[in-house]
Structures are given as C-alpha cells and as structure tokens.
Design a protein around this ligand. Sequence first.
Ligand code: PHE
Length: 452
Amino acid sequence: MPQSSGTQRETWGSKLGFILAAAGSAIGLGNIWRFPYVLGESGGFAFLLVYIISVIIIGLPIMGAEMVIGRGSGLNPVGAFRKLAPKKLWWLVGGAGVLTGVIILSYYSVVAGWALAYLLKSAFGFIAKMANAGEASAAFDAFTANSPLVVMYHLIFMGLCLLVVSQGVQGGIERWSKILMPTLFGLLLLLIFRSVTLPGAGAGLSYLFTPDFTKLNGEVVLKAMGQAFYSLSLGMGVMITYGSYLDRRTNVFSSSVAIAALDTGVALLAGIAIFPAVFAMGFEPAESIGLTFKVLPLVFHQLPFGAVLSSLFFILLTIAAVTSAISLLEVMVSFASDELGWRRSRATLVMALAAALLGIPSALGFGAWSGFTLFGKNFFGLADALTANFLLPVGGILISLFVGWFWSRDAVSEEYKLELKYPWVYTVWIWSVRIIAPLAVAIVLANTLFKF
Ligand code: PHE
C-alpha cells in the first residue's frame, strides 16, 4: 500500500546533517551568480538591509510553515496536503510544487553541466588561451551552441544527482551534504583570501557595500523579496520533503534560522570572493551567465595559478548546484515512493530521466533551438522566469495560508513548539504566516505580473 502505509520513514541522522542538507538546497546558483551582482547594483548595504528584512519576514515564516507541514504529515508535498486536508483540493498545491521542482531541476542541471565543462576546461588550460573579454564571450557562445556537448554534460550532472539520491536520505543526501558543504565553505574562504588581497580589491568591496539609500524604490524592494524566496528554496516543497524526515527532537525555529543565516552568509561571501577580483583585474561587473562564464574565468586566469583558481571556482559552483539539485530530485522521488509505492532506486531513475528529458529544450535553447523564443526568452529563460517569478511565489502564498488558516491550529502549534524555548516566537511566527508573509509575497507577485 503506498502512502503512509505505516512503514517507518527514514529520518536524518543528526540535526547538523539536516541543516547542512537544507542549507545545501538553499545555497545554489542564486547565491553565486545573482545575489552579489544585485547587491552591488541595487544600493549595496541599503539593499542588504532590505534583503535581510525580507528573509526575516517572508523567508523564515514560510520555511517554518513548510517544515511543519513536512514533519506533521511525514509525507511528500502531495501526500502531506492530502493527509492533512482530506477530500480538499489542497493536494494540488503539493502537485504544483512537484511539477515546479521538475522544471527547475531541468534547467538547473543544464547550467550545472556548463559548470562541469568549465571545470574541465579550466583544469586543462583551455581558458588560459583566451586573451580578452571578447574571446571569452565568443568561446562561451560557441560552447553553449554545441548542443550535443551541452546535452552530454547535462546528462552527466543529472547522473551524479541520481547517484546521490538513490543512496537514500541518510546514506546519500545527508552523507554527501556533510562532505560537500564544508568543502564549499573552505573553497569560498580560499577564493576570498585570494580576491581581497589583490591590489585594488577595495573597489570591489565598495561596489558591493557602499550604501546608497537613494536606490531603494518599490522595484528594488520587490527584487530583494523575490531573491530571498528563490534563494531559500521556498514555495515548492523542498522544505516540506526535507521536513518530513525530521525527528521530533529538532526545533523548527532554530533550524530555519540556521539555514537562512548560512544561505545569506554564503551569498555575501560569494560577493566578497568575486567582485574584489573582478575590479582589481579591471573588469566590469556583470550578472549571472555573463559574470560566471565570461568574466570570472578570465579574471582568474590572469592571476598566478589561474587554472587552479578557476578550477576551484567551478568546483564551488558545481557543489552549490549539486546540493540544490538533489533536493529538487528528492521532492520528486519522495512523491513517487509515497504515492506510487515505487522503490527508491526505480523512483530516482525514472524521475531523473524525466527531468533530464525536460532539460533538453533548455540545453538546446542556446544552440539548435535558439530561434525559438517567447516574450524574448529562450526555453531556459522561460523555465527560469515561470518558476522563480510565478510558481514559487504562488506556492509560498498558498503554503502559508494553509498553515495559518486552514490546518488545525493545535497541530500547527504543537509542531512548531517542539523544543521551542521562547513561546512568544510562536506568536510572532504564526501571525507572520497568517498575514505578513502571504501579503508581502502577493505584492511581489502582483508586481511581476503587471510588468509582463
Ligand atoms: N535555492 C536555490 C538557489 O539559490 C534554487 C532552488 C530553488 C533550489 C527552489 C530548490 C528549490 O540556487
């Protein structure tokens, strides 16, 4: 019998393991290729304040709400809503979450495949041959237009995720997070050391942090909220799924604070690793794809031991992507095993294959299918915009409304209060979940929709 048949659900081996796995999900491409640039462009320290406020008033409440649903039900997002609200349509929120996960994983894996390729290119000295920004940019465009190659790297990356997830929650996700996350922190510190000790590094730091409160307007505030949401992996059930493996000795509040703090910390550190080097070497700041694959390889390669530095950076990027991608895959796998009764090995194989196939249009979007665009975006851009700007915020609003207003008040309070030291935290949290977070996200959403 599938779905809550009474068989013992696997749990995390330790609280630290859970926090590293969840922080691994949160810390991803968003922290490295988007946050630092947006921070610098949108008011520096002033933006940082708005971002931190968004994490506190939207991120923490919704993350808590997801964990409470997960542990309270002990099931995947679809099963969870079905169990907690039988005969209601809430399970559709879980279903939309699983689908959103498939879409994000599909394009995430394409970018992660590029990172793998650039890791090899750096290590074997191909990038070292590029003399200037124009050549680096042309080389990247030529690489991403080579569809068979890009698809191959995409499949290799998905294969890696498959290997991790098929080993289970403790033996796969937790074990690898405990190895990869400390490695990521170490690499980041190393790159920071190199970057900030370069002559002229100060310009990068002032680009990042100089407060400019005049830049704060409605749009920037909305940007901060959207980024907090995406960066914390909220709105599609990662935290429901990871929460479903939580034991009853772990406190939701302290865990969510730790995860959000690690995520924000790494986003800031990524900025400190990247922009001082970019400025010191005389390059212009750029965002996402341009920054990561065109500017940075060149920046690193102009330094002594450039091939090593550039390889380390792409190892860092690959690790960040793997620990996020496995959380997405786990949502799908837990769905298939709880609801369809599949064994983990089969669930992982089928789901990874599904996401890999769906990723192929994104992979081709820069090559064979670059002619296909909608609203000026290729497949990759569409998948990213649809999920980040629409599906995740809608999911987040519905999740917080469910916990705040529809699910049993006693069950919610019992789950959240387990091991909670200060009862007033619950009061603040529940009102944030009921009103503040859904309202704030609704504003973000309305804004992106009206701009369309
Ligand atoms: N948090 C990840 C990042 O910052 C992206 C992500 C979103 C992962 C939603 C899982 C779910 O890159």
